[in-house]
Write a protein that binds this ligand. Sequence first.
Ligand SMILES: *Cc1c(COP(=O)(O)O)cnc(C)c1O
Length: 342
Amino acid sequence: MITPDPNYHMLGRPLDPELGWQSRCHPLAGYLPASGTAPVYVKREDELSANVSGSKHRKYLSLLPDLEHSGIRHVILTGSAHSNNVLDLARLLKQRGYGISALLKAPGNGFLRGNFLLLNMLLEPDSIHLLNLDQWNRVETIGTRMVDTLQQQGVAARSLPEGGYSPAVLPGILTLTGDLQRNMAQLKTRFQDIWTDSGSGVSAIGLLLGLRLAGITDCTVHVTLIAGDETEFRQRYQQLERWLEQLTGTPLPAGSPRLRLLKPASAASYGSVNRTILDQSWLIARETGLLMDPVYSVKHFYTVKRQMEAEPPQGPQLVLYNGSTLGLCGFQEALASRRGVV
Ligand SMILES: *Cc1c(COP(=O)(O)O)cnc(C)c1O
């Protein structure tokens, strides 16, 4: 049902015409245990854009046209001080002339490093609002109030939830399945297992929904839960199923790939990085040539490695690299000293 067509959309509007939606798949050189019958491929979501970390890009394919169509001129971004979503959207929206305010969970320390440094370079100081825990618990209300104030001044504004969690990202994230079908046709292979990681869960759920729509159900999707837990993931899955059914106006096919949710094999608490993860960052770079962000991608790849060692895979494997090299810039000192960050 899904065709790898850049105009494929469900909101009645095309995807962003300036942003690409195709990423390549190639054999992973080293690190994960590959065999003749179980070759291991990596999907280079990191290459989708120089501006945005892999998985976020697909969300923006439909989010940006939605903002433009709604006449929005000012966007209020919400997230942690080191959020990839806030930084990536700030870059793209700034480049397109939008006004931006950021409502950030105040960082543990105020050091300008990593994503927080880059965000400060992009935005005026008075556009960045650091919220204490009490304010953070009311962040949606604060965002709504800012939208009201801007509207009263004649500026069309919208507040975006953390991680881009909204129906507007659905058509964008569904492009992953069409792109995978394109990769499989080119490689003349069919993946038995697909390994991806999850923060808000939106991207991984988009993959599952896309596979269901396309009738691809004879595979297993393994999801490393970098943030959030199993209950949260399953709740969001149900919510996105409802949103998608509303968009398409038809019930979803019941058939689904198998789903397996995995805890990170090390440094399980979100944002933490330990000696193991730092060592693995070095190892992955040496063995595969990929310089990966430790918080998501290295943890994900290390988890996949441990799983594959415990249970040798059968059939072609696909691991999604959803992150970016830029994501490691906040960890330079830790990577150099190999001392962990909590
Ligand atoms: C945001 C992000 C993810 C997870 O995406 P969600 O849609 O929030 O689950 C994975 N990897 C990286 C590098 C990310 O920035």
